[in-house]
Design a protein around this ligand. Structure first.
Ligand SMILES: [Zn+2]
Length: 327
């Protein structure tokens, strides 16, 4: 990601909530069958984040990147019904040819009702926000590792617990080799794996009811706010996810507040007509809107907290299992 414009948009939908309406007492007839949502095992997700970091920085064209990609494919093959790997070369803004792999795993591939969950699995080749060793790659425990770790545990749960709807889990590559600082050169320099996928879908005419992107979802006391494009294109999905999180007791993580606009993988998925949201760590106290470890060497396992992984993972599992199959 990552051009952030703090917009201070007022989400007037919320401010328009009428307080004059009296609650109407109606007897509730509950015909909905009891839905059992599997438990998200946070320690397992934590171990998946650590396993990625143990390979080292997952920078395209590096040995660690290849080894970690192999590991992700093997794991997903053990859980999902199908795993499709897209392989190729994309050209970075600085002319570097990046060997990439997009890893797309599916549950119930024939189901019409589909939800797409996605995260980037590569890590940034530089620590441009650090004071030291700016030219060395970051470990990316949070920025890269955390989203994938949460989605791996969701995949493991979907293997253990049958779900009715279709679920696709995409690990997109070559997200973070982008140009810092905005401007025309920076535009479209990130999310190269996702951009490739939107032009070369893994399945002909693929679509999903909606998409959810996870990016930096593992840090201690992380806060997630409404991202601008997510709200504009997929407001009902934002509401559903945030309300579900709140109902599960995760209000400290999922805050009903504007968090500004972020250019991230979800932009391109929205552009092909799949309404998609970005769950991304928002820090209003920093100038760029991201947490202090963002694009620094502090983005290592020390910042990762299993409680945050649980808040995100349990929320997503609940959203998935409450989703109804359309007839
Ligand atoms: Zn990043």
């Amino acid at each position: 990601m990552k051009i952030l414009q703090i917009s201070f948009l007022i989400f007037f939908l919320f401010s328009c909530n009428s307080k004059t309406e009296k609650p109407v007492e109606t007897p509730v007839v509950n015909n909905t069958p009891q839905i059992t949502v599997p438990e998200f095992i946070a320690d397992s997700a934590y171990a998946f984040v650590k396993a990625q970091c143990d390979f080292g920085p997952r920078v395209p064209n590096s040995k660690a990147h290849i080894a970690c990609g192999d590991y992700l494919i093997e794991k997903m093959q053990s859980w999902a019904d199908t795993v499709i790997v897209q392989k190729g070369i994309v050209i970075a803004y600085d002319g570097t040819k990046l060997n990439f792999r997009n890893i797309i795993s599916s549950f119930n591939p024939q189901a019409k009702t589909r939800i797409l969950l996605f995260a980037h699995w590569d890590t940034r080749p530089w620590a441009d926000k650090d004071i030291n060793d700016k030219d060395k790659p970051i470990l990316g425990a949070d920025d890269g590792g955390s989203g994938v770790g949460v989605l791996m545990e969701i995949a493991r749960q979907l293997k253990l617990n049958k779900i009715e709807i279709g679920v696709d889990i995409a690990f997109f590559d070559a997200e973070d080799w982008g140009k810092e600082g905005g401007g025309p050169e920076s535009e479209d320099s990130y999310a190269l794996g996702t951009q490739y996928w939107t032009k070369n879908l893994h399945v002909k005419d693929y679509t999903a009811n909606y998409g959810i992107l996870l990016d930096m979802v593992g840090a201690k006391n992380a806060q997630f706010r409404f991202e601008g494009l997510s709200y504009e294109r997929a407001g009902s999905v934002v509401q559903n996810v945030w309300n579900t999180a709140n109902s599960l007791g995760y209000s400290n993580y999922f805050i009903h507040q504007d968090g500004g606009w972020v250019t991230d993988d979800h932009v391109y998925v929205n552009n092909i007509g799949i309404p998609s949201i970005d769950i991304i760590h928002s820090d209003l106290s920093s100038r760029n809107g991201f947490p202090p470890h963002w694009h620094t060497h502090a983005d290592n396992m020390d910042v990762i907290d299993a409680n945050t992984l649980r808040a995100v993972g349990q929320t997503l599992l609940t959203v998935l299992f409450r989703e109804k199959v359309s007839s």
